[in-house]
Design a protein around this ligand. Structure first.
Ligand SMILES: CC(C)(COP(=O)(O)OP(=O)(O)OC[C@H]1O[C@@H](n2cnc3c(N)ncnc32)[C@H](O)[C@@H]1OP(=O)(O)O)[C@@H](O)C(=O)NCCC(=O)NCCS
Length: 130
């Protein structure tokens, strides 16, 4: 069982479904990468006050497997804000079916997003007014 991160915000929570499996019947790593990217982008877009694109996956570690029926929660935290880019650390936890009080850290990743304008050109990230 893992402690949930206090400094991260819950960005998304989703159940792993049979359609998300690979040819062996395990949850496909690409599905989890997609959820992590979505979670990071939600936090990035909020901080950038508008459209962002993923420019880099700086690190990505699969620590434990995800199984069908697990509830996956992605927590995200801004770790760097540059001129037009920002980096988000995402931690994904899985609650196993029937064990809703046990969360396992399954994935940790760092992703960089760039704030872009309507023409997909980098734009400055606004000063944080919160
Ligand atoms: C993101 C994109 C607009 C950046 O354009 P660019 O011409 O490289 O822009 P710049 O060189 O001015 O860099 C913009 C910022 O991105 C950062 N950046 C660029 N490439 C990077 C990389 N590989 N890793 C980390 N940061 C990177 C720069 O450091 C800069 O950050 P800063 O302003 O905070 O200092 C462009 O690369 C792009 O459109 N990429 C495709 C994005 C996409 O489609 N993502 C989804 C994939 S399915």
């Amino acid at each position: 069982m893992a402690e949930l991160p206090e400094e991260h915000d819950l960005a998304i929570r989703v159940m792993a479904m049979p359609a998300d499996t690979n040819a062996s019947g395990d949850i496909f790593g690409g599905w989890l990468m997609s959820q992590v990217d979505i979670a990071g982008s939600i936090v990035a877009r909020r901080r950038a006050q508008g459209r962002t694109v993923t420019v880099a996956v700086d690190s990505f570690q699969f620590r434990k497997p995800v199984f069908v029926g697990d509830v996956v929660s992605c927590y995200a935290k801004i770790t760097r804000v540059g001129k037009t880019s920002l980096t988000i650390n995402v931690k994904a936890y899985a609650e196993r079916q029937g064990h809703s009080h046990n969360s396992h850290l399954v994935t940790e990743a760092d992703l960089t997003y760039v704030a872009v304008d309507d023409e997909r050109k980098p734009r400055p990230i606004p000063v944080d007014t919160l």
